[in-house]
Design a protein around this ligand. Structure first.
Ligand SMILES: [Zn+2]
Length: 146
């Protein structure tokens, strides 16, 4: 599968990770699913990381914020297509905790590694399977011109 995102939105998402450093940033990707299951991002919405206990290696988006974003997306004829967060001084790979806390099958989970305050790699992973069998697969992140 492919997640398409414009250079501008990708930069916005990566800058969020730099701004939140040394904590994790997190947010929601709103856009559209195409017929083949691929996705296009239309907006990147930064959320507050509610994990005050461990904000440098955990993230959580408040349910009320998520519900509001989903409502606005649906009203605009769009969907939540994914989520993003950053890994301060850790690789842009999903963690066991990321998988446990991921529940939106079919959605993309985009992770940016931020080393010493600078965004390095951004990777996308597709959550597939049922809750009991869920797993992440590498996904192509296609950066498009504006
Ligand atoms: Zn993570």
């Amino acid at each position: 599968m492919t997640l398409k995102i414009t250079r501008t939105l990708l930069d916005q998402l990566r800058r969020s990770g730099e701004a939140a450093y040394p904590h994790e940033c997190c947010g929601v990707l709103v856009g559209e699913f195409d017929e083949t299951g691929g996705k296009t991002v239309n907006t990147v919405t930064e959320c507050g990381n509610t994990r005050t206990d461990s904000p440098d290696n955990r993230y959580n988006i408040s349910p009320s914020e998520l519900v509001r974003i989903q409502r606005e997306a649906l009203l605009a004829g769009h969907d939540i297509v994914g989520f993003y967060h950053s890994h301060p001084d850790h690789p842009a790979q999903w963690s066991a905790t990321d998988l446990i806390e991921a529940h939106w099958t079919g959605c993309s989970y985009v992770i940016t590694s931020v080393e010493s305050g600078h965004a390095v790699l951004t990777n996308s992973f597709l959550l597939e399977g049922l809750e009991e069998t869920k797993h992440f697969n590498d996904e192509i992140l296609e950066v498009t011109a504006q």
